[in-house]
Unconditional design. Sequence first.
Length: 412
Amino acid sequence: MKLSEIDKTLAAKLWHISGPASMGGDPEFFIANRKGKILNADAFLPSKENPIMVNSRTIDYKSKLFFDGIQAEMAVAFSACREYFADNIRYCWVETMKKIPTDHRIVLKPAAKIQREVIESADPEARRFGCAPDFNAYTRSTNTPEMDASRHPFRYAGGHIHIGLADYKYRAKDDPYLKICSTEEGHLRVVKFLDLLVTIPTLLLDNGPGAVRRRAKYGKAGCFRPTPYGIEYRTPSCWWLRSPMTVSVIYGLARLAWAIAALGLDKDFLEAAKTDEQTVSGCINESDTKTVKQIWENIKPYIAVIGYPANNPLNIGSIRSDDSRSYVPDNYKGFNGPASGVRGRLVYALAAYEYMLKHGLSAVIPYDIDHEWGLSNSDTWRNGFMGGSFSKLVDNKDFAEFQTDFLANFFK
């Protein structure tokens, strides 16, 4: 869908949309030796009952680091700022690197096959699948994958997102954001909309064999747990821990979905996407990339016109008209330069995202957690989301040509 084809009534409602949601998470990851063999995380980290407490940018809250089965897990302190949230993740990475030998590494795989001797030598807690049950927003039933952890050779790393209101106790009863986080109807609506606005776009970046295998067990559409402050969305895998760029995308999309659902625009958005709940859940569960791409093409223009850079998950400086007070007017003729907030760089995250969809995540973000997160060199982190791999796009001639063609076609 071209930008000129969007429903401008809906676009106008989305133009200044914002939301007060905070986000935390409890993503999982693996630890491997220098040969790539996945090891028991309990060899390096304590249990959930006695976790490592990690400093965070969130006042009065700390993150936690511990083993959870074979996997390692970080319970990331929540924040209403995605850069603070990314900082909190970085602190967890720094602490993890202190606990593992220098020739060991962090592995971000949705699913990993674990050698039998590793399972048998693990802490007894690691030899069973001990997760509390979660729920399916579509069937309104409990998800119960039946597996014997002592015999099942695979382990799965989720990228669970916690989203809600830090101040939920103090909000008025008629507050729309409180209703979305404290009622059964609100939970079901926001989880289904997270499927549309978070998992549909990112499934195209997280659809390798491991992701498909995990999705059949622990990452089905609509997978969640209710919390006192909102919900824990359990469909995504750990892929988004790879870089601050991917953290920014997952956080921005989730917060945007929360706000749209809370303000009652989720049904209009679903209609504009020319799809329905059954199709969304079906293509996620079946890893149907053809249908996912069709849906993404329909929702992409609406995300692109969200007005403020702070609210827009896919643009550094939003795509906007000559008149910055409006969205895309009837007489808008096309893109004519970077919007404010780009720091003089003609690099748009939406174009970078499309580039990754075409060439793969590694075309922009190398599999190097140390470099991406500036673990050995804090100067790498100094520029935050505008540094690291994102900044290198400025000098990538292939990307520059791609971006020019993409924007020219997008604005037709």
